[in-house]
Design a protein around this ligand. Structure first.
Ligand SMILES: NC(=O)c1ccc[n+]([C@@H]2O[C@H](COP(=O)([O-])OP(=O)(O)OC[C@H]3O[C@@H](n4cnc5c(N)ncnc54)[C@H](OP(=O)(O)O)[C@@H]3O)[C@@H](O)[C@H]2O)c1
Length: 324
């Protein structure tokens, strides 16, 4: 028997149930791992509430973690018991042990801790593809990053700055503003108190932004479109405040021949080659000191409901982990 946090019916944080689960031996192409740290993500909330559909009920929550290999199934040649590994994978993450396809795992370099690995595979890889693939951030670009003090936000601000961008962040409090400024933001806007569109216009002297990274969704739309220069790119990658409502394509024309995309990690690390390219680049950025991994909260796995309450009530900053 191993421990896991399962969802038997979708709903509030109270549906996260800490219980015994049976974990079998690894099958063909699979690996059994003992998990040392599990990443907490807003996407875990979407699955818990039913905004994103799990394949069935009950399901084990959680989408990223790190740990050590206990056993490998038939046909697995590139992983061995004792290897330190991490992964991003749809569901099954909130557990002390689990079985997972070997091709979803990456080996952790010696200098990356389990805790760092557990928050880099979903959050870090997302930041990697957003800044390198969805839009290639380069020296001199002006970028707007919403929820700049969040798990994705602090990593994105640091990395965008390291790539030479001028970084504007939005945050929900003064304390978060200080954190964002210490993590790569050149300017921070308190978007609950200030009109962020007007502030972006002021800060950029009317030139606006090349790209807007928007994981907040409902409350920052359509303002985000007004922050873009003609032919700029609107990257809507999340729904922390609720989904972006359907809108007319002509809005992109009205705001200056804009481009818009709604990307997801699966489509950027769908092949083994892409996954390893992203992980190698990410780990190198951490090891070279370009990227500091801000793990600001830790909870016992059994307290996953408390972790969700904190995340949803905007009480967290940076990354948070669950300890099995
Ligand atoms: N598409 C992808 O591939 C992908 C992958 C990973 C994550 N994501 C998305 O990235 C976003 C950030 O994820 P994360 O795990 O790093 O979370 P997070 O940013 O640590 O937490 C969400 C933040 O959003 C802000 N927010 C604004 N309105 C909110 C509201 N009504 N309720 C709750 N929070 C609100 C809060 O910051 P303030 O208090 O500063 O406003 C809050 O701290 C999420 O939308 C997530 O779905 C997308």
């Amino acid at each position: 028997m191993t421990k896991a946090v399962r969802v038997h019916k979708v709903g509030g944080p109270e549906v996260l149930t800490y219980e015994d689960v049976e974990v079998g031996p690894p099958g063909n192409g699979e690996v059994r791992i003992r998990q040392h740290a599990v990443g907490l993500n807003f996407i875990d909330v979407y699955f818990r509430t039913g905004l994103y559909k799990a394949p069935g009920l009950p399901f084990v929550a959680g989408n990223e973690a790190a740990g050590e290999v206990l056993a490998v199934g038939p046909g697995v040649t590139n992983f061995h018991p004792g290897d330190r590994v991490a992964y991003y994978y749809n569901l099954g993450g909130y557990a002390s042990e689990r079985v997972i396809p070997a091709d979803k795992l990456v080996k952790l370099p010696d200098h990356i801790t389990y805790e760092q690995g557990a928050v880099l595979m979903l959050k870090g890889l997302t930041v990697w593809y957003l800044l390198h693939k969805t839009f290639k951030v380069e020296q001199g670009h002006r970028v707007l990053i919403h929820a700049a003090a969040g798990g994705i936000g602090l990593l994105a601000c640091q990395w965008a700055r390291a790539l030479g961008a001028h970084v504007i962040g939005t945050v929900g409090s003064k304390a978060k503003a200080d954190l964002a400024l210490a993590n790569g933001c050149d300017h921070v806007i308190l978007y609950n108190e200030e009109n962020f569109v007007e502030r972006v216009k002021q800060i950029s002297r009317g030139e606006l932004c090349d790209v807007v990274y928007d994981g907040v969704g409902k409350t920052t739309f359509p303002g985000s479109l007004s922050c873009l220069r003609p032919r700029g790119l609107f990257v809507s990658f999340g729904n922390a405040s609720g989904p972006v409502p359907p809108f007319a394509l002509s809005e992109l024309n009205n705001h200056g021949s804009l481009f818009a995309t709604r990307p997801k990690l699966n489509d950027y690390v769908g092949t083994r080659k892409e996954l390893l390219e992203g992980a190698d680049t990410l780990f190198a950025a951490v090891i070279n000191g370009k990227l500091h991994v801000p793990i600001n909260h830790a909870y016992a796995l059994k307290d996953a409901a408390k972790a969700h309450i904190d995340l949803e009530s905007r009480a967290t900053t940076g990354a948070a982990i669950l300890r099995p």
